[in-house]
Design a binder for this molecule. Structure first.
Ligand code: GAL
Length: 420
């Protein structure tokens, strides 16, 4: 009798143990999930695809897609700041991997450490070590990366270049030679948009002029921003700017890409979200309808940035947000999102057959090129520097004074404690 009771208890306990995971798996998530990003309108399709996966897995959750338009997050970051400081964080928000998050909300102790999720989901091995390092500190891992974008890309329409009798320039010297030829035909040599896209162009020109070693030396504090090398980079930037459109300040990055697509401009230097725009929104075929090259003098260098999402402390729907982060970090999520977005997967086990010709070439370059961090998109420097750099850029756009701008940059670097 006693023995059969013990046996019964053991069997019961075993059944209960088996039942536990099933019960927790069956737990259905409900309520809201507010996702905050700047992927609105034309930038939205890839995010929508991720939301589609999430809804399939969590049909009872109401997803609030809170977007604030404005390339590179120029407007979204300001709104996020108000909400974070006001104690009203969204459940999860977009942020660039690197200093943009670490130097702000991590430093202010407003983020949850996601190490537990990385371990549970096997992400410590799924993502490259260097990337995990970039999104982490000695106190934790702070966001889930969804992609790898390339900043230093020059876009053009092959048929137009043929018509105008020019080729994609391999160096800025080449560009400066062909630009007047294009102007004579009434073509804007290089399409530019609002302020942040000038920062974007600057980082490609500066990388070209300084080289990768000196670019990195800037961020480690070993090379001063007012050194002759950097002044030279500003001078080259000034020459390049002479061949951009006068209405740049009033255009979005998509409008600058449109100038190239419509044949009003020959080239545009933009991150490869422009490939996402041309393929996903404009239905253009890479290699045929549009062409690309590393921005002049940067072949063999891959200036990278990554979008990621974090979990703020006090997220109103924490469980729903964790389920969202799981979708973002998954292979399925990544290989659904990136082909639409114009980026490559941040995971090591990506299924390249799902990616178009441009993205396959980007993946190849990422594997063999020298990888350096983007300033304009949060990987290289903190927000103090970034915010101040927008003003420094305004000053240069008005004065074209390379020396004064370089001095102002060094003052800013001191204030932002770059390399300290
Ligand atoms: C970048 C972001 C990209 C894209 C781009 C234009 O900062 O990383 O994903 O959104 O801005 O808005």
């Amino acid at each position: 009798m006693k023995q059969s009771l013990i046996k019964f208890c053991l069997v019961f306990a075993a059944v209960m143990l088996l039942a536990v995971p099933q019960v927790s798996q069956a737990k259905e998530l409900k309520g809201d999930l507010e996702i905050f990003s700047w992927w609105a309108g034309d930038e939205g399709p890839a995010l929508q695809a991720l939301i589609g996966i999430y809804k399939g897995q969590n049909p009872k959750v109401k997803v609030i897609d809170a977007t604030v338009t404005g390339g590179s997050g120029v407007n979204a970051k300001a709104v996020l700041k108000t909400r974070m400081l006001g104690g009203e964080p969204p459940d999860s928000f977009q942020v660039h991997a690197g200093q943009e998050l670490i130097g702000t909300w991590v430093k202010a102790d407003r983020m949850e450490d996601l190490t537990f999720l990385f371990k549970e989901q096997g992400w410590m091995d799924a993502f490259p070590k260097g990337l995990v390092k970039l999104i982490g500190t000695d106190k934790g891992i702070w966001s889930v990366p969804v992609n790898i974008h390339r900043s230093n890309v020059m876009w053009y329409i092959p048929a137009n270049l043929k018509k105008w009798g020019v080729e994609a320039p391999k160096s800025w010297n080449d560009f400066l030679k062909i630009a007047p030829k294009l102007q004579k035909q009434g073509i804007v040599p290089l399409a530019l948009a609002q302020n942040w896209t000038a920062n974007h162009l600057w980082e490609s020109v500066a990388l070209a002029s300084l080289g990768a070693d000196n670019w990195e030396a800037l961020w480690s504090g070993k090379l001063k921003f007012n050194s002759p090398e950097v002044i030279k980079a500003w001078e080259l930037f000034g020459k390049v700017l002479q061949y951009t459109n006068k209405d740049a300040a009033s255009l979005s990055w998509q409008q600058a890409t449109d100038m190239v697509i419509d044949g009003r401009a020959a080239f545009n230097i933009m991150g490869d979200w422009a490939a996402g725009y041309m393929v996903t929104t404009k239905k253009m075929a890479p290699g045929k309808d549009f062409g690309w090259a590393a921005s002049p003098d940067t072949a063999g260098e891959f200036m990278f940035l990554a979008d990621s999402f974090g979990l703020p402390k006090g997220a109103p729907h924490r469980d729903n947000a964790i389920a969202w982060l799981k979708v973002l970090g998954s292979k399925e999520g990544s290989d659904t999102f990136n082909p639409l977005k114009g980026s490559i997967s941040a995971r090591k086990d990506t299924d390249l057959s799902k990616y178009n010709g441009y993205l396959q070439s980007a993946a190849k370059d990422f594997g063999k090129d020298r990888v350096v961090a983007s300033l304009a998109h949060g990987a290289a420097a903190n927000e103090t520097f970034m915010g101040g750099f927008a003003q420094v850029m305004e000053m240069f756009l008005k004065t074209k004074n390379a020396k004064a701008t370089a001095m102002a940059c060094q003052q800013l670097a001191d204030k932002a404690k770059i390399g300290k």
